[in-house]
Design a protein around this ligand. Structure first.
Ligand code: SF4
Length: 339
């Protein structure tokens, strides 16, 4: 069976090189070609002898992930539909912001998702399987190979609930840090609020950003759009977030999708300010993007700014997240692995 080089650690690459009669130094060269230069093929590894490249091609490939489709939005966002060797597909998005040098990859942690959030295209698919650490990191490799660009930031906000695949996500973050040389503070893990796993991250003293998909300030509203509320309610969530901020010394990011007529009223803004009053956090407001065939609406412009204002007068730091890639269904909650 062909070896997949992008699924090997440096140590495994060294063992592999030794097993075929090459020096350990060759492994370091291959490793750099994959992670720092993101070449697509062994032929491009030009500091290896031609003979060794030919031999290597008989035994291995750089990566076996397939780019099924690539869509470029008018704002420069690029969405990739990727396929693994078992024919399962996920989406990964590369976001660029005009005024910043950062290139952010929004990666998927699972195929499908079990959490069933009412406003999310992935949730409608149900859970299919977890991704392995290398299946997660190969998404970024595929982006780098396809675009020739270097990803600088990672957000786990694609398909899946990262904290229900926690150990693979943590292992992927280690690879992003060590092999792709992306700093831990440039990574964000987003969750719909799996309380026991947040407690685990607090114990592990995670130094990446933790983002919480909150989306409602009251249990009655949250239950209607996020089934997770029935298991880990706002009260339990709040307690675990307070502990998390104390134990890690890090503030959390609160994600709040404003949905017209559901959670965008002035009362909701005041309730949210009250709920978050003793939590060290930033708030990201995201304007809901309608998904084909669903019952939710975009909020009115005035309601968005009133909501932001009411949080700000309560002393909260609030940003309205720039919408990226709306025209290609790459905005939050719109990833579903559809063809
Ligand atoms: S919003 Fe996130 S947690 Fe909720 S169903 Fe979609 S992918 Fe899963």
């Amino acid at each position: 069976m062909m070896k997949v080089l992008s699924r090997m650690s440096l140590g495994e690459l060294e063992e592999f090189c030794l097993s075929i009669g090459q020096s350990k130094f060759r492994a370091r060269q291959i490793y750099n070609w994959i992670y720092l230069k993101s070449v697509k093929s062994i032929d491009d590894m030009t500091d290896l002898s031609k003979r060794f490249r030919e031999e290597l091609k008989e035994l291995a490939v750089v990566s076996d992930i397939k780019v099924v489709k690539k869509q470029v939005s008018s704002d420069g966002t690029v969405k990739f539909l990727l396929e693994y060797s078992d024919a399962q597909r996920v989406e990964t998005v590369l976001m660029r912001f005009d005024n910043r040098a950062n290139l952010t990859a929004c990666v998927s942690s699972q195929v499908g998702c079990a959490m069933g959030c009412a406003f999310c295209a992935t949730g409608k698919r149900g859970f299919i399987r977890n991704l392995t650490p290398y299946e997660i990191t190969e998404q970024v490799l595929a982006i780098q190979m396809e675009t020739g660009l270097k990803v600088t930031n990672i957000v786990f906000m694609g398909q899946g609930e990262p904290l229900l695949n926690l150990y693979n996500v943590l292992a992927a973050m280690k690879i992003f840090n060590e092999s792709f040389q992306i700093g831990v503070r440039r990574m964000t893990v987003s969750t719909c609020g799996i309380v026991p796993q947040i407690n685990k991250l607090a114990q592990l003293n995670m130094q990446s950003t933790l983002a919480i998909s909150l989306h409602a300030p009251k249990s009655e509203i949250r239950q209607k759009i996020m089934p997770v509320e029935k298991k880990y309610n706002l009260e339990l969530l709040k307690k675990s977030l307070i502990d998390y901020t104390k134990m890690t010394g890090r503030r959390v990011t609160i994600e709040y999708v404003l949905i017209g007529g559901v959670n965008d009223s002035a009362v909701c803004a005041k309730d949210l300010a009250y709920y978050l009053s003793d939590l060290n956090c930033n708030i990201n407001l995201i304007v809901y993007n309608p998904v084909e065939g669903d019952e939710f609406k975009r909020p009115k412009k005035d309601d968005i700014y009133k909501f932001k204002y009411l949080l700000e007068v309560a002393g909260k730091k609030v940003t309205i997240r720039l919408e990226r890639g709306l025209d290609i269904d790459a905005a939050c909650g719109q990833l579903s692995g559809k063809v």
